[in-house]
Design a protein around this ligand. Structure first.
Ligand code: NAP
Length: 246
C-alpha cells in the first residue's frame, strides 16, 4: 500500500511509533525514525526493520528543538529526494496534580508534544508542497478530548494537536496534502507501563471493548490515513480507543 513511499516517524523506535514503522515497512515504505535518547532501542529497531527489505534510517534529535526538524527534512531530501508521509508521534507525559505542577513541568510537555509537531510539520510540509502531495498524521489522545486529572499539561498539548491539525488541513488541502490526527485511548507501551495492575484493570472497565489497546491497533489506523485508501479524508480526528469516547 505504501510501496516506494518515504515516511518520517518521530518517536519511531519504540512503542506506538515502532509499530507504525513496522507496518509501514511491511507495506513497502522507506522510513526515517527520529528518537531522543534511547540509542540501544534505536539500533535494535533499525536492524529489525531493515530485515523487512526497505530502507530504514534513524536520526537522533529532540523534536522540541526546531533544528531537529530542519536536520530531518534535509537528510530525508538528500537520501530519498522526498517525504510522502509524516507521523508526529513523539510524545511524553509528566503527570502531576495542577497544584504541584511547576511552569517548567507544563512547558516541557508542550515543547515536546505540541511545539515539536509544529516544527516538523513546518519543515516537512515545505517539501510536500513542492511535491503537491503528502499525508500528515498527528498523534493526539483521548486526554486532549475529554481531559484527565493530573494531565493539564498533556491534555493541553493534545488538544493543541487537534486544533493545529484542523488549521494545517485547511492550509494545505489545495496543495494535495492531507492532515489528520489519531486519538488513541489506553495503549500498552512504556508510557502506560507505570500504571499499576489495579489502575490498568480500572481503566479497562471504562473501555467498551474491555481491553487496553495494542500499538498495532494504532498502526493500522495510521496505515489507512497514510495510504490512498483515505485519499478523500482530511482534517479528521480518528479515535482508536476501544470505545472510551462514544
Ligand atoms: P513511548 O513508548 O514512551 O515512546 C515515545 C517515543 O517518543 C520514544 O521513541 C521517544 O524517544 C520519543 N520521544 C519522546 N520525546 C521525544 C523528543 N522530545 N524528541 C524526540 N523523540 C522523543 O510512547 P507511546 O506510548 O508509544 O506514545 C506515542 C504517542 O502516542 C505519544 O505522542 C503519546 O502521547 C501518544 N499516546 C499514547 C497513548 C498510550 O496509552 N500509550 C495514549 C494516547 C496517546 P526515546 O526512545 O529516545 O526516549
Amino acid at each position: 500500500m505504501l510501496k516506494d513511499r518515504t515516511a518520517v516517524i518521530t518517536g519511531g523506535v519504540r512503542g506506538i511509533g515502532k509499530a507504525i514503522a513496522r507496518t509501514f515497512c511491511e507495506n513497502g515504505a522507506n522510513v526515517i525514525l527520529c528518537y531522543r535518547s534511547n540509542d540501544e532501542e534505536a539500533e535494535k529497531t533499525a536492524a529489525e526493520l531493515s530485515a523487512l527489505g526497505t530502507a530504514v534510517k534513524v536520526i537522533k534529535g529532540d523534536v522540541a528543538d526546531p533544528e531537529t526538524a530542519k536536520k530531518v527534512a534535509a537528510e530525508a531530501k538528500a537520501e530519498f529526494g522526498r517525504v510522502d508521509i509524516l507521523v508526529n508521534n513523539a510524545g511524553i507525559t509528566n503527570d502531576k496534580l495542577m497544584m504541584r505542577m511547576t511552569p517548567a513541568d507544563f512547558t516541557k510537555v508542550i515543547d515536546a508534544n505540541l511545539n515539536g509537531a509544529f516544527y516538523m510539520m513546518k519543515e516537512i510540509s515545505a517539501l510536500m508542497v513542492k511535491q503537491r502531495s503528502g499525508a500528515i498524521i498527528n498523534m493526539a489522545s483521548v486526554s486532549g478530548l475529554k481531559g484527565n486529572p493530573a494531565q493539564v499539561n498533556y491534555s493541553a498539548s493534545k488538544a493543541g494537536i487537534v486544533g493545529m491539525t484542523l488549521s494545517a488541513a485547511k492550509e494545505l488541502g489545495r496543495r494535495g496534502i492531507r492532515v489528520n490526527a489519531i486519538a488513541p485511548g489506553f495503549v500498552e507501551t512504556d508510557m502506560t507501563s507505570v500504571l499499576t495492575e489495579e489502575q490498568k484493570k480500572s481503566a479497562a472497565q471504562n473501555i467498551t471493548l474491555g481491553r487496553m489497546g495494542q500499538p498495532e491497533d494504532i498502526a493500522n489506523a495510521a496505515l489507512f490515513l497514510a495510504s490512498d485508501m483515505s485519499s478523500y479524508i482530511t482534517g479528521q480526528v480518528i479515535g482508536v480507543d476501544g470505545g472510551i469516547i462514544m
